[in-house]
Ligand binder design. Structure first.
Ligand code: G1P
Length: 297
């Protein structure tokens, strides 16, 4: 029986150059979708999935991320004094419990595989989650919980996947599928960012993983792959003689907040799903579209 998944690694060391100038002094992950920083959605999803320890792989200048999940005594006593209890609750709910937050620095941006490797000694020898906060998922059951439940059945590596258009395979880790069983696809191999002609399928990894710690033995080798970076996908591929790999077609929809269009889409989708906003948002979106279609003037 695979042991329980208690720890999550969040690689958040990136510079966020695609969102300059917004990210000149603000960490990309702290930009809000509606009223919460993108990274808070990831933490909430993971807490709802039973994760107890969070390991931020971070870089200099991105201290605001860990601060957001720490106690802020001045703000909290000010809100208490002013009897703003609802606001105080919002602030306190974001605080991770003592021992629940770890920070490790990734001094050089050598790739996702390297970022995950930086968390090796904090993870130890147990299955763990990796969450890429840029990928936001709207779903009934939290996406990571779906993976953890699947992992309890099949063990090994279990990763969230979705079908992408063939012309986009060069943006993702792609599965070479051995067999399919309902939502699960067992892979015999993985390729990072293959060209559409070379992609073994169109089933792409998205930013939610439950991994067997055998992957660290491969990450130790620091082998560079696509884009000259140490790729997590490559290390997973090389570990397939010691661990199974299943893609899990999660229920829900993913929004890629790593791009400007995906970020705006996420804001709209989360607003339309928000009980306090939905009724006002629907006519606004309809009017904007109508005006856009009618043309200028
Ligand atoms: C990373 C992974 C890739 C995965 C993607 C999901 O790529 O390397 O395998 O499909 O995340 O978002 P990145 O988006 O960092 O280039």
């Amino acid at each position: 029986m695979p042991s329980r998944v208690r720890k999550a690694v969040l690689p958040v060391a990136g510079l966020g150059t695609r969102f300059l100038p917004a990210t000149k002094v603000i960490a990309k992950e702290m930009i809000p979708v509606i009223d919460k920083p993108v990274v808070q959605y990831a933490i909430e999803e993971a807490r709802d999935a039973g994760i107890e320890e969070f390991i931020f792989v971070t870089a200099d200048g991105k201290e605001s991320i860990a601060n957001h999940f720490s106690v802020q005594p001045v703000l909290e006593s000010m809100l208490a004094e002013k009897r703003k209890y609802a606001e105080l609750k919002l602030v306190m709910d974001t605080t991770l419990p003592p021992g629940g937050l770890h920070i490790v620095k990734q001094h050089d941006p050598l790739g996702l595989g390297h970022a995950v490797w930086c968390a090796k000694s904090l993870v130890g020898n147990e299955p763990f989650a990796v969450i890429l906060p840029d990928d936001m998922v709207l779903s009934g059951v939290p996406c990571l919980k779906q993976l953890i439940d699947a992992h309890a059945q099949v063990g090994g590596h279990v990763v969230a996947v979705e079908d992408v258009p063939r012309e986009m395979t060069n943006r993702y880790g792609i599965l070479d599928i051995e067999r399919e069983d309902g939502r699960l696809s067992k892979a015999r191999g993985l390729v990072e960012k293959p060209s559409p002609e070379k992609a073994p399928s169109t089933l792409a990894i998205i930013g939610r993983y439950v991994l067997d710690p055998v992957v660290f033995a491969e990450l130790d080798k620091r082998m560079a792959g696509a884009g000259g970076e140490i790729q997590l996908t490559d290390a997973l591929n090389r570990s397939l003689d010691r661990s199974t790999f299943h893609g899990y077609r999660f229920e829900g929809r993913r929004y890629d907040c790593g791009t400007r269009v995906g970020f705006v889409e996420a804001n709209l989708a989360f607003a339309l799903a928000h009980p306090d906003m939905r009724d006002r948002m629907v006519p606004i979106v309809e009017r904007l579209l109508k005006e856009y279609r009618a043309g200028p003037g």
